[in-house]
Design a protein. Structure first.
Length: 262
């Protein structure tokens, strides 16, 4: 999935945004090549870099779109939004998976499976506290859409968040009118049904359609509260026909300029 952002650039995401009228600046969040670093420390160091980039983008009056191989960069994005505005954002999490595990509930040890738990302050608190600007987001301000693959022990961690199915009504989106502050929209591309394409090896049936996402995007844009978005977890190896790449590009264009939204 780490190859996903490069593939989106090769597929023309910048050019598509520019054609739609956006002024695009690209910046990379890369760790310095200065020797060995553990997986955990590397992840949080990257989150700190993402936080810095997002905060600078917001202060410049731009809309940050984070392209990431993994989901735990959400900590950095939330931290950057908080630094720039002085208050933590609400979170709309689109994903086939809840990413609400903790070190005590995970059976895989996959750090990405703890991304929302970190955002909510449930785990890794000593590490997230080192990410400049980060403060946990109250779980009442986290909404998950399209989650359908939840670990057994993870399920009990979902009591405090709102769950919306992949097929939703406009009434389900009323939270956008009532949620406080700016909004972070996290799009793990395996939220989409496999009929839309295969985003990665974790993609499963029963997901969101392109049309339903575009309805959500229209609601997200209408009041100007979108603070940042992320496109994550795209593995080009599984996207044989480039459909997910094209979908991801259309998502970015729709969120930034509204193009393609009826």
């Amino acid at each position: 999935m780490g190859r996903g952002p490069s593939k989106l650039f090769e597929s023309g995401i910048v050019e598509a945004l520019e054609r739609s009228g956006a002024n695009v600046r690209v910046t990379e969040a890369l760790l310095p090549d200065d020797g060995f670093a553990s997986e955990i420390s590397s992840a949080f160091a990257l989150q700190a870099i993402v936080a810095d980039r997002v905060a600078k983008s917001k202060r410049d009056g731009s809309l940050p779109i984070v392209l990431s191989g993994n989901c735990n960069t959400a900590v950095g994005t939330v931290a950057g939004l908080t630094s720039a505005s002085g208050s933590s954002p609400s979170v709309c999490w689109l994903d086939a998976h809840a990413d609400m595990n903790t070190p005590e509930t995970t059976t895989s040890g996959f750090l990405d499976g703890m991304a929302v738990s970190m955002v909510a302050g449930r785990c890794w608190t000593s590490m997230t506290s080192k990410v400049p600007g980060f403060t946990p987001v109250d779980e009442s301000r986290i909404v998950m859409i399209g989650v359908r693959d939840v670990d057994a022990r993870e399920r009990k961690n979902l009591d405090g968040v709102r769950l919306i199915p992949p097929v939703f009504s406009q009434r389900d989106l009323d939270f956008l009118d009532s949620s406080a502050g700016s909004l972070y929209l996290h799009v793990d591309l395996d939220v989409f049904d496999v009929s839309e394409g295969l985003a990665n090896s974790y993609a499963i049936a029963g997901g969101m359609t392109r049309d339903s996402f575009m309805r959500l995007a229209k609601s997200v844009r209408k009041d100007g509260r979108l603070g940042a978005a992320a496109l994550t977890a795209y593995d080009p190896v599984f996207d044989h026909d480039n459909r997910i790449a094209r979908l991801a590009i259309d998502i970015a264009v729709a969120l930034v300029t509204g193009a393609g939204l009826s």
